[in-house]
Design a protein around this ligand. Structure first.
Ligand code: NI
Length: 181
């Protein structure tokens, strides 16, 4: 099942998401999230983006056709970024919940993350480069943070009109969205 994607202005995107009870059967939801993400041509999708304020996100870097991304199709349940290290680097990020806006965001190069996968197996792993970037962006979603939160007040003012239009549904978007009530 393909969910509509919640867009900028919905309070669920600003809420810190809740821990999921260990062992909860999430297989159907996870399949739906991958389906929803694929349909929107995304490389990451967090549960709040389909209106569910729980600590779960999925990533799939394989469509990027980058050698580094070949095996980067993963599920992160109750993740915790325990360390971010390395020099900050800038990259132009986008977000399915903020269509047609891309901005350069600086993030630390490396991270260490603890999480459970779709089978409730525990992992403690390190990532860098684009994989770390995707994880950081999706992790922010379950913390109630959007990439626009990192912009300077000047940039925010510049984008204000565009963001308000997104909230009102005044944008071109090729996937189904759910506008804030
Ligand atoms: Ni996003």
């Amino acid at each position: 099942m393909i969910y509509p994607i919640v867009v900028y202005g919905d309070p669920v995107l600003k809420r810190k998401a809740k821990e999921i009870e260990t062992g909860t059967d999430l297989h159907d939801l996870i399949n739906d999230m991958f389906e929803t993400m694929d349909a929107a041509h995304g490389i990451g999708l967090a549960a709040p983006q389909i209106g569910k304020s729980i600590r779960l996100f999925v990533v799939d870097g394989t469509p990027m056709e980058d050698e580094d991304m070949i095996d980067f199709k993963k599920v992160f349940i109750n993740p915790e970024i325990v360390e971010e290290t390395g020099d900050k680097w800038a990259f132009e990020e986008g977000c399915l919940s903020i269509p047609n806006i891309r901005e350069e965001i600086e993030r630390p190069a490396k991270l260490r993350i603890k999480y459970y996968d779709e089978n409730w197996e525990f992992h403690d792993e390190e990532y860098d480069g684009m994989k770390a970037r995707i994880i950081q962006h999706e992790y922010d979603h379950i913390e109630g943070v959007l990439f626009t939160d990192y912009l300077t007040p000047f940039k925010k003012r510049m984008l204000k009109g565009k963001l308000q239009n997104i909230t009102k549904g005044k944008m071109k978007v090729e996937y189904r969205v759910l506008l804030p009530k």
